[in-house]
Design a protein around this ligand. Structure first.
Ligand code: OGA
Ligand code: MN
Length: 200
């Protein structure tokens, strides 16, 4: 975790291979697959509440919000882990991150999410985005890389392509780093979430 914090300190964003250990990632992946088979996922939208619209021009994926409780042990275990990261980020960068919201995301073949920032107009409590990938046999050609522009606030210039391999964790400031999910050739699973500040 220290290496991730050092990256964020140095570059403004961070990535960690094996950010979640293999066994735990596989259990999360299984829980995600099971929920999907049971039809628990919903088409993802853009925007919030009354302004939420399903816009298949902007994104094509399905989501399921993370839950806590005995029926969802793996989701809860991951949230406990994230809480340690939240506290570490607060300690290192004095961020005042207050809580977390997140969801499983499933991109079908031909899924994508066009370039965007993770903030909703108006009230924006999302401060840091954290994504964990769950694709065990991801290989080059499967698509669905995360394209992250590495200049704060800019959707041009240098970028990285992050392969959505199981256990890889990415973390960046939600309102400042433009990013995009490149079209998927094979379906792709992840958990995307946000550390939030308290409503002001
Ligand atoms: C998002 C998002 C990126 C990814 O859900 O806002 O940008 O790689 N996800 O899943
Ligand atoms: Mn995003």
């Amino acid at each position: 975790m220290q290496a991730l914090l050092n990256d964020i300190d140095r570059n403004g964003w961070g990535m960690m291979l094996g950010g979640c250990e293999q066994g735990e990632s596989i259990r999360l992946r299984n829980e995600c697959e099971k929920a999907c088979q049971e039809g628990d996922f919903k088409q993802a939208g853009v925007g919030r509440a009354e302004r939420l619209k399903i816009d298949s021009e902007i994104r094509k994926d399905q989501i399921l919000w993370l839950l806590s409780g005995p029926l969802f042990p793996e989701q809860e275990a991951y949230q406990v882990k994230l809480d340690l990261l939240r506290l570490a980020l607060n300690q290192r960068f004095i961020l005042g991150l207050f809580d977390f919201e997140g969801h499983f995301a499933l991109y079908p073949e031909g899924g994508f999410y066009k370039p965007h920032l993770d903030c909703h107009g108006g009230s924006n409590r999302r401060v840091m985005t954290v994504i964990l990938y769950l694709n065990e046999n991801w290989k080059s050609g499967d698509g669905g890389e995360l394209k992250l522009w590495t200049t704060c606030g800019k959707k041009e210039g240098s970028f990285v392509l992050i392969e959505p391999r199981i256990g890889t964790l990415v973390c960046f400031p939600s309102a400042d780093y433009w990013h995009e999910v490149l079209p998927t050739v094979n379906s792709r699973m992840s958990i995307t979430g946000w550390f939030r500040q308290r409503q002001i």
